[in-house]
Ligand binder design. Sequence first.
Ligand SMILES: *Cc1c(COP(=O)(O)O)cnc(C)c1O
Length: 382
Amino acid sequence: MRSIDEVLLLGPGPSPTSAAVQRAQSRPLLGHLDPQFTPILDRIQVGLRRLFGTNNPLTLPLAGTGTAGMEALVANLVEPGDRVVVGVHGVFGQRFAEAVRRAGGDAVVVAAEFGASLDPDAFAAAIAGGPTRACVVVHAETSTGVLSDLRPFAAAARSADALLLVDCVTSIGGVALDFDALGVDAAFCGTQKCLSAPPGLAPVTFGERALARVAARRAPVPFYFDTRLLTGYFGPDRAYHYTAPISMLYALEAALDELEAEGMVAREARHRAVAASLRQGLEVLGLKPLVPVSHATPMLTTVRYPDGIDDKAFRGHLRQAHRIEVGGGLGPLAGKVFRVGLMGHGAQPANVLRALAAFGDALAAQGRPADVAGALAAARAV
Ligand SMILES: *Cc1c(COP(=O)(O)O)cnc(C)c1O
């Protein structure tokens, strides 16, 4: 086995895992139908329902990364010819629109610039533009750092009797979700962002209205993602559908235990506090966030490079000299921004200070000295 040095994961995911989560993951394997294992699955499903803010019985940790959760929604809920309105203001909205097209759906894109918010009126107008099967919002657009207020989108979906599908990969575990009250019909997320478990699971939830659409389908659903077959294992029968990824589920159970112990209200407040602290420090360093605080994601801050700062050299310096990983820009933002994730276990004041000091050093390495002591003082003052 090759040895590895620990890297502080302050990018758009994966986020750092706690020692307890790492220990849980290394426990001996059990069979996926073992009487010691199925209660673990029960607890995970209860924990996920609480996090999504739903009573949906079909709430489960699907095998695969977040994108597999997206595929599961599309596979079950989009049939050839279906009109699906997709909000696109970043890479993950683009990805969902592409998945709809590949399923033979008619993806009607409501676009906003990368870094801007979606316009709910334009979204409602698009839904009203034809018989719409479903509409899609990315709650926290990780490629830009914009958090959407879901309420107007939910109202638009409901008034047109369209299903509301939500990508909450980055928001879950970082901000409180209340999807039943909002009227979200199906949603998916991942485990490696604010849940701080390893990548490889995609928690998904399907509500009654969504499942009624599945029951009325004419086109078959791909076998692995078929909600009717998933219900066999993730429902009361616990009948084999596929071999559950046991070790990752151990880790997820431990991560949910930590979340439960902290409480979602305190956890959201922690994410907001470290993001505010980071912003104060960035300002002193002369680094400007892309998104105004009013509609920024608290778990991910996108930062503009000052003129003349090279992206590859900046992030390379952070990785080589400071063992810190941050994300680069995507799409039209490539080379223009870097993305700082303070997610889950990574959302700690000490990480803010370490990151700010490293950013200052990386600027200095490109001939642009910054006031690191002042930045740390400003961050500490929050
Ligand atoms: C990370 C992410 C995804 C994709 O998840 P993977 O685990 O990489 O498949 C989808 N949507 C959003 C908003 C994300 O942040």
